[in-house]
Design a protein around this ligand. Structure first.
Ligand code: PMP
Length: 362
């Protein structure tokens, strides 16, 4: 609509307009219940119907096998950096981390408190611009799991297929590409994602975990981090982030209405191509440092040949209602996050602006 901006933020991020309008229409009185979702008991029949439908729709979207539990948790993906080792390994156990950006690095560092993680490959010395060939990876022989960050939000590096762990299970942080494309869940022991990029507001973290991995938490595991507690109680052990779960449910419904993740991926590919093409065809005025084969469909980092123009770029874009284009403080440059909910028109506007900006400043 007229008064909304195109928000390229990395998260919290733009939400689908129709989802916001639906939430608005239901805010004051949810479906005749006489109250808003924010006021409901999490154990009442109304909220139970909301969380059950959200889970069922997510299961349909991602085709989640019945051997997997779906948990709606709090504490962000950052809490899972600790919860994962606490739940699935012992303090002396070796585990592997493939580090393709700063989120994978943070996950590794947190795991050091709870087990014996090893970085089997890091892209740090190359400023996190690629993913190694899987064949050459030297996985630890006894690693209980291999952890990857499926999409590095800051560096814009995305796995297009997945390594096979030698022994243990594959674990993926999918915070920034969750539900952006179909995923074969059965390849993973655990998939986890903060909601605030592709599927909802901040405040809820979704964990998809194979059920046989549940129930072996280390003794020191706080009750709030124990998957068993949450699985046994259908994510209702304590008060869950009810409104966030409701919003995620509306997003899942919307994704299903769009035709599911196969259709969603097509749209994401189209948007990303338009933007990467504009960067690659700018004769070096704009540049994306990421190796082409692993460029993220969700987060597009790019630099300007003349960095002194960056501030003007951000300011002028904002005047045209395109906001949050400044890159992460750790890498500089620009970053356009173009999650599911970014309309094609947003990307088209950005590309038109970039071309015009280049003409004026070349
Ligand atoms: N992993 C990735 C890939 C992320 O992008 C983020 C947040 N930007 C996190 C983990 C941390 O998530 P949270 O802030 O929800 O703890």
């Amino acid at each position: 609509s007229q008064d909304r901006v195109f928000n390229f933020a990395a998260g919290p991020a733009t939400l689908p307009e129709n989802v916001l309008l639906k939430a608005q229409s239901e805010l004051y009185n949810w479906r005749g219940s006489g109250m808003s979702v924010m006021e409901m008991s999490h154990r009442g029949k109304e909220f139970l119907s909301i969380i059950q439908k959200a889970e069922a729709d997510l299961r349909t979207l991602l085709n989640i096998p019945s051997e997997y539990a779906v948990l709606f948790l709090q504490g962000g993906a950052t809490t899972q950096f600790a919860a994962i080792p606490l739940n699935v390994v012992k303090p002396e156990d070796p585990v592997d981390y493939l580090v393709t950006g700063s989120w994978g690095d943070k996950a590794f560092k947190e795991a050091q408190k709870f087990c014996k993680p090893k970085v089997i490959w890091s892209g740090k010395s190359e400023k996190y611009t690629r993913i190694p060939a899987f064949e050459g990876l030297e996985q630890s022989p006894d690693a209980k799991y291999l952890h990857i960050c499926a999409n590095e939000t800051i560096h814009g590096v995305e796995f297009k297929d997945y390594p096979t762990p030698k022994n243990g299970i594959l674990i993926a942080d999918m915070s920034s590409n969750f539900c952006s494309k179909p995923v074969d869940v059965s390849k993973f022991g655990i998939i986890y994602a903060g909601a605030q990029k592709n599927v909802g507001p901040s405040g809820v973290t979704i964990v998809i975990v194979r059920k046989d991995l549940i129930g072996n938490a280390q003794e020191i595991t706080p009750i709030m981090l124990d998957y068993k507690i949450h699985a046994e109680n259908n994510s209702l052990y304590n008060t869950p982030p009810c409104y966030c779960i409701y919003m995620c449910g509306l997003v899942f419904e919307d994704l299903l209405e769009q035709g599911g993740l196969v259709e969603v991926e097509k749209k994401n590919e189209k948007k990303a191509k338009i933007l990467y093409d504009a960067i690659d065809e700018s004769n070096g005025f704009y540049r994306c440092p990421v190796e082409k084969s692993v460029r993220s469909l969700m987060n597009v980092p790019f630099t300007l040949e003349k960095p002194e123009l960056e501030a003007d770029f951000v300011k002028e874009a904002a005047k045209e209602k395109m906001i949050q284009l400044k890159g992460h403080r750790s890498v500089g440059g620009m970053r356009a996050s173009i999650y599911n909910a970014m309309p094609l028109a947003g990307v088209e506007n950005l590309v038109a602006f970039m071309k015009d900006f280049q003409t004026r400043h070349a």
